[in-house]
Ligand binder design. Sequence first.
Ligand code: BES
Ligand code: MN
Ligand code: ZN
Length: 507
Amino acid sequence: MPLKITLKATDPLNVAADIAVIGIVEGASPKAGVLATLSKALGQIVPKTLKREEFSGKKDQMVEFATNGKLKPARVVLMGLGSSALSTAQVRLLAAKAARFAQAGRATSLSLEIPFGVTGGERAAAEGVVLGAYRFTKYLTGDRLPKSSLESVTLTTTARLDKTARANVDVGRQVGESICLARDLINEPPNELYPESLAKYCQDMCKERGLKCTVFDKPALQKRGMKLILAVGQGSTHDPRLIHMVYTPEADAAGGKRAPRKKLVFIGKGLTFDSGGLCIKPAQGMEDMKGDMGGAANVVALMAALSVLKPNVEVHGIIGSAENMPDGDAYRPADIFTSLDGKTVEIINTDAEGRLVLADVLAYGRELKPDLMLDNATLTGACIVALGTLTSGFYANQDELADKVKVAAREAGESMWHMPLIEELREGLKSDWADLKHTADRWGGSITAALFLREFVGNTPWVHIDIAGPSMAQRAYGIYSKGGTGHGVLTFLQLIEGYAAGAPAAG
Ligand code: BES
Ligand code: MN
Ligand code: ZN
């Protein structure tokens, strides 16, 4: 059942709910606002507890009170907000933490105050509660099913309510739910999710949301000459697919005058399972490779979110999907294949399959002549070695573009780090027998993977994000849940907003 979110102009302590979560800025006077109301209702226990717990509103501090019928919420939780200048990303984070905390405490209803005056606060809060309450329970039965779930959230605000504020809450809920689609896809087991079923999922999603979707099956890929995607998938009984989704602003779709606006391409690596192929991976941790389609899942989530947000840009979401398996038909080290753009590639390690799939998709996306082509992929373990599991690494072939991504990620509250395309390392991709080999030596593996991809983008403004670390989480943290996270989607939306703002209004 989807989470019900309502917006009310009232005091959060005035809402009947299992839990009321209230953010407190650092150094807030205990004699004013919510703290005063709380003390008045519950008495001396409030200042005493705050003192004992040394609660001052510092970030991540938390104190809980049972109200014993003296206030409408059964429990009141104070969460420290730290500095008073809150960003939208911090509001989203607070809301996610509140929802997660409430659900873990078996609350079915939550009231949460949106910190006053944050622009976009309503939307961010709605996104946050949806993301925080997310759990993947599809394959649990009986006792393993959660005993209760968060069902309703009342967002309260001291600001005046208008139609826009309510619409923003609804948009936020739908954007949050879109990101949860990415999480669902990542968490889905690989016996259920394979290239064909992923393509079917995309077609259904696009049909439901009025987007265009074209799927290339094996014969279509052969006809197009996408031999690298085919090579990666040839050891699997599940044939590969290329999935091309398109969002077009309404004015255009209706056949109106074509408004001048940007064309953006978002690409995702969609390995529904990566065993490593003949260069098979160690058994330990191989189960995590069901998530090797995190980039593809993000693209699905992005397209779903765009159908809600309807920005004035044309966005293409393109997924290269395959399953990397060892078999008598599997591709092997020393094989040479011709990519879509004509370059020949010598295979070195069949576990470096993602860049092969992406090479064909990048060459395909480039033909659309976009203003931006961004790929995201769970591409290298080396990127996790470099940055840890919480941060993705991004590369760009233009400095201004890198700056744009950096700002967008910061605004979105996602941890991304700009990585260098070190020209000297290109040497390592030289092959004696083909135009390129697809892996260099061991060191700088995330960089050499990016350099390999760059060979296929031509002059297109291009960004590559290696999400191998944060695409899945070992435990819930921040706005992310355990398992698939959807890390990246909020940054994409932020970027797109920038491109849309530069264009004249649709009409
Ligand atoms: N899908 C993996 C990368 C990965 C590792 C993602 C861990 C998430 C968590 C990718 O296909 C891979 O196997 N890369 C190899 C490349 C190497 C063979 C050059 C790697 O990183 O070891
Ligand atoms: Mn691999
Ligand atoms: Zn992989």
